[in-house]
Write a protein that binds this ligand. Structure first.
Ligand code: NAD
Length: 290
């Protein structure tokens, strides 16, 4: 099995830029494109169009905001001549339906589509400590493993079909969104009894209520007042929305999902675009006071 000769990377935002930076430090040449110029990491070559990346690379990674954009990009890629045999590894969070749609578009022109969302946030990406959730060809998973290992601490092949990776990613983000919202309310309750935030965190972190918000977001982003986890509230709200949409379609139990969606809709309505999702704590505090 041969590794790709040139890697392409499209979408150099909060997640894409650090992931691309680790790939660029590896042995394979990398070319990239973002609609915002000047974001290419050291060691990579910035191209002036998406088409130039598709023409020059045999494996292309994408990290884009949502399913609509991913499918617009997939259509643009499918229109490039001679793309048969190339592999697209799509790492955005877009939901199962958008992943299947993009796979159909690219399979029709002879490309391999891999549904490969990631988890771990910008802070994880900056340390190559993220998890990649791959669904699609297992052979391609094995072939790309040396590249994946450059920017991920964990990688799982969760199934053969595009959409399965998205399902696992959405259920994960629903749990993360729930932990952040519920922990905000729980901490505010503790504060109302005159207990220090640091004390609440220290206790819960080693007790049964521990979760990713208490272990990481509260001590590192909320307590210091920096609110800089590096994930926009509207993107997390998109994930919760997609989760609810597909739970409805699956017909599985969803008592929690609808309530959690109410919180994140409120956060998106209240805060300006590109606000960090950890600011849910401030939104819930202000709402209770008003
Ligand atoms: P972002 O908005 O910071 O980055 C997206 C990038 O895509 C931007 O640089 C934008 O300019 C570029 N872009 C948009 N349309 C484009 C186009 N047509 N052609 C080329 N470039 C284009 O978002 P992000 O936080 O990096 O997230 C990217 C994806 O990863 C999203 O689907 C998100 O849900 C998912 N994700 C984010 C995090 C996180 O913590 N930030 C964690 C896991 C997964």
């Amino acid at each position: 099995m041969t590794t790709p000769k040139t890697i392409g990377f499209i979408g150099l935002g909060q997640m894409g830029e650090p992931m691309a930076a680790f790939i660029a430090k590896g042995p394979t040449p990398m070319i990239c494109f973002d609609m915002v110029p000047g974001l290419a990491p050291a060691g990579a070559t910035e191209m002036d169009s998406l088409e130039a990346v598709i023409k020059g690379a045999d494996t292309i990674f994408t990290s884009l905001p949502d399913g609509k954009i991913v499918n617009a990009v997939a259509a643009q890629i499918a229109a490039v001549p001679d793309v048969a045999g190339k592999v697209l590894i799509e790492m955005s969070t877009i939901g199962p339906a958008a992943a299947k749609e993009a796979a159909t578009t690219l399979n029709a022109v002879g490309m391999t589509y891999v549904d490969a969302p990631v988890s771990g946030g910008r802070q994880g990406a900056l340390k190559a400590a993220i998890t990649l959730i791959w669904s699609g060809s297992e052979d391609e998973f094995k072939r790309h493993r040396p590249i994946i290992d450059l920017f991920c601490a964990n990688a799982f092949h969760v199934g053969p079909e595009p959409g399965q990776g998205q399902a696992v990613k959405l259920l994960n983000n629903f749990l993360s969104a729930t932990a952040m919202a519920a922990s905000s309310e729980a901490v505010l309750f503790g504060l109302s009894h005159g207990v220090e935030m640091k004390t609440i965190i220290d206790v819960v972190k080693v007790s049964t209520g521990n979760n990713t918000a208490i272990a990481d977001k509260f001590p590192n982003r909320v307590l210091p007042g920096t609110f800089d986890a590096g994930f926009f509230a509207e993107l997390l709200n998109k994930d919760v929305r997609l989760y609810n949409e597909f739970v409805k379609e699956a017909g599985t139990s969803n008592l929690m999902g609808e309530r959690v969606a109410e919180v994140w809709n409120l956060v998106e309505e209240t805060l300006p675009p590109k606000s960090d999702f950890t600011r849910v704590y401030q939104v819930l505090d202000e709402r209770a006071k008003s």
